[in-house]
Write a protein that binds this ligand. Structure first.
Ligand code: KG4
Ligand code: ZN
Length: 330
């Protein structure tokens, strides 16, 4: 089972990739960000309709860039959960029809397992065991990865995801969508210590995350300023908020490293594209003398190559067993 065509449509990116073992032959991502930007976030119905238009050309491009025909593919992998149900269904139904039409096996994949499995890809694949921080628009969790096919959740967010918090803060500051990159750009000219925003949650000493208090603190800080001051201090607000989000992520990773014998840390999910997080994680791992695995940016944010990577360690279903396979939002 060496050549896999993978499909990912769980949120607002229409993605297809071809893998040969751990080597990515193509990784096509058609972002809908511009389409959703004018609404300030992802509109599920709009996302599903756009996936329908894009999925076939994206798959054709992925096969073309990989120099592969559909006949040369050994199995088709697809994200089946979690995500927007209408969006997931476009990928699942496309994968089913392609697999059924060609008699090939289908491999259902969990999106979060995909973010973890990005670390298994060439170049420099990371082998378990390792600790992984997965932070995206929908999830924030610390995963104890003991083998390729599964992970244990050591901590997760009790309210907003880190990316979601960044997206909401960006909207509040008038910085547009998606918020993470916009906050990072704005923060470049700002002072991260200008506003004192709470890093950690006020209660609980565990490995769980919480970002809603931080968001509220930003709302209060902005409310105290008049519009001209917000304008003038936007970079400071963005830098302070980014620093608090990254500060909490790093604080929990530090705590998790203290509690175990980890020799490596991997960062995954869209927020792992954040330059400050990468820098702080690098410093922490250097201090501990452990390996840090940073995947390239295109493998951090949603993509199908990571789904293909997870599929290599998941169970394949042969035709026609997958015909009644369903997608699940959670
Ligand atoms: O993994 P992903 O592409 O989709 C989900 O599964 O959610 O993550 C998207 C999230 C968004 O919240 C976006 O604002 C955030 O990742 N993000 C960033 C950066 N690039 C994307 N956050 C901080 N800094 C970035 N450079
Ligand atoms: Zn994701």
């Amino acid at each position: 089972m060496s050549r896999i065509l993978a499909i990912e449509t769980s949120c607002d990116d229409t993605c297809a990739a071809v893998l040969d073992g751990p080597t990515v032959l193509s990784n096509v991502i058609s972002s809908q960000a511009e389409l959703h930007a004018r609404f300030g976030g992802v509109v599920p119905e709009v996302a599903s309709r756009r996936h329908l238009e894009l999925i076939n050309p994206v798959i054709e491009t992925a096969l073309g860039e990989a120099g592969s025909t559909l006949e040369e593919i050994d199995a088709i992998a697809v994200t089946v959960k979690p995500g927007l149900i209408g969006a997931l269904l476009v990928g699942v139904n496309t994968a089913k029809s392609l697999a059924a039409a060609t008699g090939k096996p289908l491999i259902p994949v969990d999106h979060l397992q995909g973010h973890v499995a990005a670390a298994f890809l060439e170049p420099d694949p990371l082998e378990p065991p390792f600790l992984a921080l997965v932070a995206s628009g929908g999830h924030t969790l610390l995963a104890e990865v003991e083998d390729h096919g599964s992970f244990r959740i050591a901590g997760q967010t009790l309210d907003d995801a880190a990316g979601e918090a960044l997206d909401k803060a960006a909207r509040l500051l008038g910085l547009g969508y998606p918020g993470g990159p916009a906050i990072q750009r704005e923060a470049e000219g700002g002072d991260p210590d200008a506003f004192s925003l709470p890093i950690a949650m006020s209660h609980g000493e565990g490995l769980d995350f919480s970002f809603s208090g931080l968001k509220t603190a930003l709302v209060y800080a902005v409310d105290k300023l008049d519009p001209a001051e917000v304008e003038a201090r936007r970079a400071d607000l963005a830098a302070s908020f980014q620093s608090a989000v990254v500060g909490q992520l790093i604080a929990k990773v530090r705590k998790a490293l203290d509690a175990g014998e980890w020799q490596a840390l991997a960062l995954g999910g869209g927020v792992a594209a954040n330059a400050l997080l990468r820098e702080r994680a690098a410093a922490l791992c250097e201090e501990r003398g452990i390996r840090l695995k940073l995947v390239e940016l295109r493998l951090c944010t949603d993509n199908a190559a990571m789904i293909g990577s997870a599929a290599r360690y998941a169970d394949a279903i042969s035709y026609p067993g997958y015909l009644d396979l369903d997608a699940a939002p959670r």
